[in-house]
Design a protein around this ligand. Structure first.
Ligand code: PMP
Length: 441
């Protein structure tokens, strides 16, 4: 296939990796679904913010005014990038996990308020419906909610939608929580259909965008997504910040996620009046660097032509999947057959550049260790915080995941494929054991 080069420059691309045999090779980072390298433009932005060490919202000095403007401006950049509605609230959190937990605390209380149930599209207070294909971050916060139901991600997308429809018929539902793209198979659920079914049942939709947002252009308003969460460290920004974007009413009605400074309007010895807007859920000094880094990443990615982003990733994914399938004993995992969804355009459900596979007769941790020690290729082995999905895929004991990003190249992919082919040929297993006995591993 055609060579694929990096789309954007990142910090630390190709850092030298010492191999077990003493050679050094440039690092091939194929673990970008876990955390992506920081864009150079984001790092430069952070450096421009660093000279203004002042607390957001809390000072009158010049630095504080600059920080407050940067922080509030970051909300607009995020909202624009993900196609949020003008009144959607943008709350900065620690990461996607934190965002899901925040939303889970803000669901409307049960029992239902009959006055609200007659308005189509408006939430029917009730339970939460989740799919069993989720990352634990989008399962466990809901699991403890009263009325939470799990929908099996059945063998086809159409079956999965039927299972959702049944779950929605069974009991009142406030929210359907679904991932935008699987962190295991890279597959994209039929989001437009999920939104349509949820709306018809009076439920809202939360999309876990941790994997989708870095890889596909998302338009919340056009798709009818009510809430979206994602993490900065997967969107080519540093660690430490994430966001929750969405409809303001539930968030405004719920008690603050954290109690403390910044989340209040007025405190007396007998009463507290909590702040409105995003500040209500952002007690404590805000993470200005994290928030503005996410905003910078949103602006940089937003300036890319989405077609370039998608094509870059499609080509790398194809190269990876075709190459893996050509190696004896390698199985690429997927939930749904390609093209099994007659209701959505092929483009809307095309998988992202995250691929999970197994190698017959080889422990996933061993394969990953050999790829790293002998080839300088970083992948991930394990169950990817998605135990129910791995069980469904028949990979209870784990698998290997390779994932690409804007800085990935076809050379990275080819190095993984060559290393794997060599490993399947068996020589390296012995070499690796010799090295392990020598204390290297
Ligand atoms: N959801 C998905 C789909 C993910 O891939 C991840 C990270 N692996 C998360 C949620 C959790 O993200 P974080 O660890 O940044 O909270």
């Amino acid at each position: 296939g055609p060579a694929v080069g990096a789309l954007l420059d990142v910090v630390g691309a190709g850092i030298p990796v010492p191999l077990a045999d003493g050679r050094e090779v440039p690092y091939a980072n194929l673990d970008q679904a876990a955390s992506a390298p920081c864009l150079r433009g984001v790092a430069e932005h952070v450096e421009r913010v660093l000279p203004y060490p002042a607390s957001v919202h809390r000072g009158t000095g010049y630095s504080s005014a600059v920080c407050t403007a940067l922080y509030e401006g970051a909300r607009d950049a995020v909202r624009t990038f993900v196609g949020g509605r003008p009144d959607d609230v943008v709350i900065f959190t620690r990461n996607t996990t934190d965002s899901v937990n925040l939303l889970a605390r803000c669901l409307p209380p049960q029992p239902p308020d009959p006055a609200r149930t007659s308005d189509p599209g408006h939430a029917v207070p009730g339970g939460v419906v989740v799919f069993d294909l989720e990352h634990h971050a989008n399962l466990l916060p809901w699991r403890s909610r009263p009325g939470c139901r799990w929908v099996p991600a059945a063998p086809t997308r159409a079956d999965t939608l039927r299972a959702l429809a049944t779950a929605l018929d069974t009991a009142p539902t406030s929210l359907v929580a679904v991932t935008g793209a699987s962190n295991v198979t890279g597959e994209v659920p039929p989001l437009a259909e999920i939104v349509r079914l949820a709306r018809a049942a009076g439920a809202r939709v939360f999309v876990d965008g941790a994997q989708l947002v870095p890889h596909r252009r998302v338009d919340m308003a056009a798709l009818g997504i009510d809430y979206l969460a994602f993490s900065g460290h997967k969107l080519y920004a540093p660690f430490g910040a994430g966001v929750l974007v969405g409809r303001p009413d539930w968030l405004a009605a719920a008690p603050p996620y954290l109690a403390g400074g910044g989340a209040v309007r007025e405190v007396t010895s007998s009463a507290v009046a909590w702040a409105d807007g995003p500040a209500r859920h952002e007690a404590g000094s805000p993470n200005l660097l994290g928030a503005t880094a996410i905003a910078a990443a949103c602006r940089l990615l937003g300036a890319l032509d989405a077609r370039d982003l998608h094509q870059h990733e499609d080509l790398l994914r194809r190269r990876l999947v075709d190459g893996l399938r050509a190696i004896e004993g390698v199985t690429v995992h997927s939930l749904w057959a390609d093209g099994d969804d007659p209701t959505e355009s092929e483009a809307a459900t095309r998988p992202i550049g995250v691929v999970t596979f197994s190698v017959a007769g080889r422990d996933p941790g061993f394969v990953a260790a050999v790829l790293s020690a002998e080839h300088g290729v970083g992948v991930r082995a394990g169950r990817f915080c998605a135990h129910p999905l791995l069980a469904r895929l028949g990979a209870d004991s784990g698998a290997i995941r390779a994932s690409v990003g804007v800085s990935s190249t076809s050379a990275d992919v080819d190095r993984l494929l060559a290393g794997l082919a060599e490993l399947v040929g068996d020589g390296p297993r012995q070499r690796y054991h010799e090295l392990s006995e020598g204390g290297w591993a």
